[in-house]
Design a protein around this ligand. Structure first.
Ligand SMILES: Nc1ncnc2c1ncn2[C@@H]1O[C@H](COP(=O)(O)OP(=O)(O)OP(=O)(O)O)[C@@H](O)[C@H]1O
Length: 499
């Protein structure tokens, strides 16, 4: 048997950096530093250009080894073999980025039916040539697809260049792959169901978008016989806004019901926990709104992974992940006994805070123009840079740099529409006059000049300004929503009259 080959010290250092880059979080500064180390240059370039340069360098170095007859990893042993295998994997994955992206779009268009992966055979053959067993090759194909989906959904769904958006992307990536993708690849890829996630943040910040990025990026096995992944990612994310359902219907929506379980249950009904695929995620939005009995049932699902449809004693199994979100102050709800501690502890394997728009805008002045451009593109179906620049400038002039954006990106979407309709957006009046509102309330209280109605109207107005929804203010004050709205509207008119 021939003596195994060894890499030169220079090659070994190079491929060590490639291996570290391959396993690093692509949204982390460490990854960027490694990429720069690999190209050996501190060029000013975009992230995509940097990656292209890295891939060129890696491909060229591997090609050089191949040409000198030293390119086959099986000729090496130990660290050198695994470094070369990782470098070839890195090379294969990056060469198939565009086909994977095209496949993701095709699958999105095709919907819930899994479609054939046209390039799967080629990728598997190239992996097999590196000396991997067939099951290992299949797993790498599956992981490549998962990595590409995660990158695609985290990157495209969450626009923003501010440091807090970089942090958010980094956290979402770790939520999917853990902070050690090597460990994920070896041990955790099929054991993520107990890693539940709690997304916190104000209304309209993008918690739903962040949840969708996680939910569409789960591991999906490949079926070697059909040449398709076993599930479409369009089926692996089910989202429900829990505050939409009256208590009587919520359990049925979540867990399903049996025919005759209650008046009106004329047929069996499958709940979302039954419909969610084994590698899918359920997004429970507005989790802070659910009653204690529903919290107990959800806790059971998370703890025992089983649930019973309403009107049935059969316990069904749930294998997916749970992602939950709320814009309500959970700490307060827990202190007041409205949110159970045991449920909270089961939900928060990971807790991610989605940053408010005002923070993002303060951190990075290009944040607003980038979002406006993205919103227009989604609205009009093509890039409109000039229009985006005009609208962003209009918003900047009218609202100033310190506008609070209480409705966050959702408010910005409406602001863009309003600008298209009328060329003006004055901001949320309650916030524009916000300082005045608080000052007037405090002054009224200290002077003792407010009657009960004025006190409540001022307080509701102030809360609405902070919380951004009538429902939320109603919950906080114990008033009903219509009363809150009446007070808030009255306060708005008074504010408008005094300005
Ligand atoms: N970073 C972002 N880039 C692009 N669009 C975004 C971003 N964040 C949010 N959006 C868009 O803003 C809108 C509101 O986002 P989303 O519904 O996810 O907010 P939310 O935090 O879940 O709100 P709520 O707490 O009221 O449910 C959506 O249309 C979403 O696509």
């Amino acid at each position: 048997m021939n003596k195994p080959l060894t890499l030169t010290a220079v090659d070994r250092d190079f491929f060590r950096a490639v291996a570290l880059a391959a396993f690093a979080n692509p949204f982390s500064p460490e990854r960027e530093a490694l990429d720069r180390q690999i190209i050996g240059d501190d060029l000013r370039c975009s992230r995509d250009e940097l990656i292209d340069l890295v891939v060129d360098r890696v491909t060229a170095r591997l090609e050089g080894l191949r040409r000198s007859g030293k390119g086959d990893p099986v000729l090496y042993r130990g660290e050198d073999r695994s470094l070369l295998q990782t470098a070839f994997q890195f090379d294969i994955y990056h060469r198939y980025r565009a086909p994977f992206d095209a496949f993701i779009l095709d699958q999105q268009r095709a919907g819930d039916r899994p479609i054939k992966v046209p390039f799967a055979g080629e990728v598997l053959d190239q992996l097999e040539r590196l000396g991997y067993s067939r099951p290992d090759c299949l797993r790498y194909l599956e992981i490549f697809y998962q990595i590409r989906r995660a990158f695609y959904f985290i990157d495209t769904a969450l626009v923003g260049l501010s440091p807090s958006m970089h942090t958010l992307r980094l956290q979402l990536w770790n939520n999917i792959f853990t902070c050690d993708i090597n460990l994920y690849d070896q041990r955790l890829w099929d054991r993520m169901e107990d890693f539940s996630t709690l997304l916190l943040g104000e209304t309209g910040t993008g918690k739903g978008a962040a949840a969708a990025a996680i939910g569409r990026s789960g591991f999906i096995p490949f079926d070697d016989k059909t040449g398709c992944f076993k599930d479409s990612f369009t089926r692996t994310f089910i989202s429900r806004n829990l505050s939409q359902y009256p208590e009587s219907l919520l359990e049925s929506e979540l867990f399903g019901h049996r025919k005759g379980a209650f008046t009106g249950a004329i047929d069996n009904h499958e709940g979302v926990f039954t419909r969610c695929s084994a590698h899918g995620s359920i997004f429970l939005d507005e989790i802070g709104d659910v009653s204690i009995p529903v919290q107990i049932k959800l806790l059971q699902v998370l703890q025992e992974r089983t649930f019973a449809p309403v009107g049935s004693h059969d316990r069904l199994r749930f294998n997916g992940r749970v992602i939950a979100a709320t814009n309500r102050p959970l700490d307060e709800l827990r202190r007041e006994g409205q949110f159970r501690d045991d449920f909270y502890y089961r939900l928060c394997s990971d807790q991610i805070i989605v940053p408010p728009l005002r923070q993002r805008v303060q951190e990075e002045s290009s944040e607003l123009p980038a979002l406006v451009k993205n919103i227009l593109q989604r609205m009009l179906g093509h890039e409109c840079s000039a229009m985006a620049a005009e609208i962003s400038e209009g918003l900047r002039i009218t609202l100033g740099p310190h506008y609070a954006w209480p409705g966050n990106v959702r408010e910005l979407e409406q602001a863009v529409r309003r600008m298209l309709l009328t060329r003006r957006y004055e901001g949320d009046r309650l916030v524009v006059g916000g300082g005045g509102l608080q000052d007037a309330l405090v002054a009224g209280v200290s002077q003792g000049s407010l009657d009960a109605r004025g006190l409540l109207a001022g307080y509701c107005g102030l809360l609405y300004q902070r919380l951004g929804s009538y429902e939320e203010v109603a919950r906080r004050t114990g008033l009903d929503r219509r009363t809150v709205k009446k007070y808030v509207m009255a306060e708005t008119q008074e504010e408008a009259a005094s300005t």
